[in-house]
Write a protein that binds this ligand. Structure first.
Ligand code: GCW
Length: 836
């Protein structure tokens, strides 16, 4: 074994401040690095062309070993190979050194890594594979995994892409980390530094393609200036083996090309696409391909001309074929004007209905890209039945790293467990094992192509996703795309060691926080398969269950006074259960066999229906919202236990977000519980809902310069009412005498933080200032903010350990700013251990 050593004791391994820009590629010093013997002394790279991933691998190995061990390696020569790392393609190795046993086992993009004997061998099937091997080796070293290894690693699927929903003006649809790294002011950016850094991160998790622009695509991307710009992006990414791809707007021949049609069967349209494709490939010969969203959410498509979706997809396929390009064609096609009065109408049926008859009609370089569930990135969905419907069509799974419906990176939600549930789900096509992961790899139905697309939406924020902890999702996405059999917790722990170092307490704490984060979020947002009960008509962030119904979007809950849920059975409902192969269909058709966590996805039941747990649906709602929100409070304490074990910069950043999440989880809890309590008029057995003994409602205080305000939706405010300043220029005050017993309390203020103003607040007890703050969360969180008092803007600030004497005069002063009228909902006096 070339490397040996033992990790003794603890070592922090971080600089005093870290901005997160290195992600998991920090190459922090390994504890007791000097006790390691026999670290390689040189690197032999089998290709030294600068744009080659093998050259990049060499650079990375230099940088990594310097960082991890403080050792400078020399560039070796092919003759003196003892004590060297040899990196290159298997083919190049064989030419210089002769055959090796594992050569035949390495598949496209795969690699062989061996630390046996007197050299380290990192040999890729191609150059990209060699780079992956180098990153794998460095990841092992950085984690102190120094045991001797010798293995071949091959990808589960050939397509491992990210999608970025970046607009040419620099904004990002559903991006929560600042503006685009790819575009600004209508053009490709001039500075590609961050693009190369992103490609580096992605290469280290074996992602091989990026679609750089939004699926809601702008045709001016195809201008000569932008094609050249795309060329520069591709040049920046090429040394990392990451290929560039773009989203296309179906109507481009007309809107941009000046033709009078975009009919896919019109020869002039065909010629137009062939021509523009040739121009793009002339600049970017290794371009990955195209992504197309057609006839979905207002986007143009072939249906305008009564052409099928396959005819539309194949038009692009013909253009890209001579260049080896792939067409990712999205299955996210549905009618967003369906009618809820029709009991049988169901958006979840759309993908299968649109694509079922097209199976086998797509050209062989087309891959149908399917969102993991039948609706849209909800907190829980069953696997899309389309995966098992398409047997003669290549497919890929679309996942979302950006947390559109999952807290927008202000709530910690580690997503690998959710993705694993889908990837490992067995659709049992023809009563044979048909796991989603084996369908999208191409294996199950023997398709030549397949894989995954992850919507990432990184931004210019140095932390990439706007939240350091959210980066575990990007890391896990790449590794699961490579090997979906990996364990979600093991992936997480590798990421923690690489990102935060080797302290066992750090490892244990972040593991625990992350692993309970998805269940907690599901609990306080929407459980039993009802979907994330967010505002689907506005920012997709805070609670607003009413918005899911009574509109054409089809994310219905069908909640009324007595009952809730979508009846998707064949016998009585929309028939959606019948879109699954029989073995799975039977499970979902039958209420007894449907798992509780998908009950309301497939069945419409009374609130008093008893779950397998014995609880009623409504009591489960109440209880799980309380449980989930309680877990969110503990995340703050857990994170605080890591102070001094994490560098200050990242510690404060995460603490701020966890504190926000804890407050917003309470907003979720109370909002959802109030909504269903109001609708069903069924009491919470534990008497918590609507009963908050530690609160003083702002509207009950003595107001001066403040007035009461009925919040809409009503459930976003405690007692349905808040206060706002009477004018947008004068300070308002709210006062009252505290009636709680004297003692020490955490004093929490719930208020609303709107975009469009930065109100200032002061909280006093007997003219003693307890705290003052500014309503500026829109600058501190990357989430999509709101201009209203609602479940998105509702938030909490807490002042801890305040000595309170019964009768003290409590005073809140609020100075409005812009459109933000310093809104306040309530003040809580929380005895130790109580959260209300
Ligand atoms: O859920 C919706 C998102 C849209 C997105 C669309 C899609 C890019 O809210 O923002 O558009 O899905 O996936 O096409």
């Amino acid at each position: 074994m070339l490397l040996s050593g033992i990790i003794v004791g603890l070592f922090l391994g971080f600089a005093s401040g870290e901005d997160g820009s290195a992600g998991w590629l920090r190459y922090a010093p390994l504890p007791h690095a000097s006790s390691y013997h026999s670290i390689p002394s040189s690197i032999i790279a089998l290709n030294n062309t600068k744009s080659s991933p093998v050259y990049t691998a060499q650079q990375e190995l230099h940088q990594g070993i310097q960082g991890i061990f403080g050792k400078t390696l020399s560039n070796g020569t092919s003759t003196g190979k003892d004590g060297s790392i040899i990196v290159g393609t298997a083919h190049a190795y064989q030419k210089s050194y002769g055959d090796f046993d594992e050569a035949g086992d390495i598949e496209e993009d795969g690699y062989f890594l061996s630390t046996e004997g007197r050299q380290v061998l990192i040999l890729g099937q191609n150059e990209r594979g060699a780079l992956y091997g180098a990153f794998d080796y460095l990841s092992r070293l950085a984690q102190g995994k120094l045991d001797t290894v010798s293995y071949v690693s091959n990808p589960h699927a050939p397509i491992r892409w990210t999608n970025e929903w970046d607009n040419l003006d620099g904004s990002i649809e559903r991006g929560y980390a600042g503006p685009s790294i790819f575009f600004e002011n209508g053009f490709v950016t001039g500075n590609t530094t961050r693009v190369a850094e992103y490609a580096r991160l992605l290469a280290s998790i074996r992602i091989n393609g990026i679609i750089v622009n939004n699926v809601n695509a702008n045709a001016t991307l195809l201008s000569a200036r932008n094609i050249d710009g795309l060329g520069r992006l591709a040049d920046a990414m090429r040394p990392y083996g990451v290929q560039l791809g773009i989203s296309l707007n179906f109507a481009s021949p007309q809107t941009f090309g000046g033709l009078n049609t975009f009919d896919p069967l019109d020869p002039t349209v065909d010629a137009w696409w062939a021509n523009i494709t040739n121009q793009i490939y002339a600049r970017i010969p290794d371009m990955a391909g195209y992504l197309v969203k057609a006839n979905s959410e207002g986007q143009p498509g072939p249906l305008t001309y009564n052409r099928s979706l396959a005819e539309g997809a194949n038009m692009f396929a013909r253009a890209a074929k001579p260049h080896g390009g792939i067409i990712m064609f999205r299955a996210f096609v549905y009618d967003n004007h369906i009618n809820e009065t029709n009991w049988k109408a169901d958006r979840a049926n759309a993908a299968v209905e649109f694509f079922r008859d097209l199976d086998g009609k797509f050209d062989d370089n087309v891959v149908v890209q399917i969102k993991y569930g039948p609706i849209d990135f909800q907190v829980r969905e069953p696997a899309s039945p389309l995966f098992s419907t398409l047997r003669n069509t290549s497919t890929a799974i679309e996942l979302q790293v950006t947390q559109e419906y999952l807290g927008q990176q202000t709530h910690l939600v580690y997503l690998a467990p959710l993705w694993k549930e889908i990837l490992e789900f067995d659709l049992q096509a023809d009563n044979r094992s048909s796991k989603v992961k084996d369908i999208v790899s191409g294996e199950r139905f023997r398709r030549p192509l397949g894989g995954s697309a992850g919507v990432v939406n990184v931004g210019t924020n140095l932390s990439w996703l706007g939240s350091h902890l959210a980066m575990s999702n990007l890391y896990a996405y790449g590794l699961l795309a490579w090997d979906p059999a990996l364990d979600a917790e093991e992936i997480l722990q590798d990421w923690i060691r690489l990102t935060f170092g080797h302290d066992p307490k750090v490892l244990e704490t972040i593991t625990d926080m992350s692993m309970k984060s998805w269940p907690a979020y599901e609990n306080y947002t929407g459980n039993l398969g009802i979907q994330t009960l967010t505002d689907i008509l506005y920012t997709h962030f805070g609670p607003n269950p009413a918005t899911l119904d009574n509109n054409g979007w089809g994310q219905w809950t069908r909640a009324d006074k007595f009952s809730i849920g979508m009846d998707r059975t064949v016998k009585n409902g929309t028939g959606n259960a019948g879109q699954y192969p029989p073995a799975v269909a039977n499970v979902y058709e039958n209420i007894e066999t449907t798992p509780d966590d998908l009950l309301l996805w497939f069945h419409h039941v009374n609130y008093t229906h008893r779950l397998k747990s014995g609880k009623t649906v409504i009591q489960h709602f109440y209880d799980s919202h309380y449980e989930g929100a309680a877990t969110a409070q503990t995340l703050v304490k857990q994170w605080e236990s890591l102070q001094n074990k994490i560098d200050g910069e990242r510690y404060e950043h995460v603490l701020f977000r966890q504190t926000f999440q804890a407050g917003h989880a309470l907003v979720w809890r109370d909002s959802i519980n109030q909504f269903y309590h109001n609708l069903s008029e069924i009491e919470d057995q534990a008497k918590r809902v609507g009963n908050h003994p530690y609160r003083i409602e702002a509207e009950k205080m003595t107001l001066s310069g403040y007035k009461t305000y009925s919040v809409n939706p009503f459930h976003a405010a405690s007692g349905t009412t808040a206060i706002v300043t009477a004018s947008n220029s004068t300070v308002g005050t709210a006062t009252t005498n505290v009636t709680f017993e004297s003692g020490t309390y955490d004093v929490a203020v719930n208020y609303f933080d709107l975009i469009g103003g930065k109100s200032q607040y002061e909280l006093q007890l007997n003219n003693r200032t307890i705290g003052s703050w500014t309503g500026d969360l829109e600058d501190k969180l990357g989430h999509a903010p709101s201009i209203y008092l609602d479940g998105h803007s509702a938030t909490r600030i807490t002042f801890r350990n305040i000595t309170v004497v019964k009768g003290d005069l409590l005073k809140i002063s609020g100075r409005p700013d812009g459109i933000e009228p310093a809104p306040v909902d309530y003040v809580s006096f929380l005895p130790p251990g109580i959260v209300d």
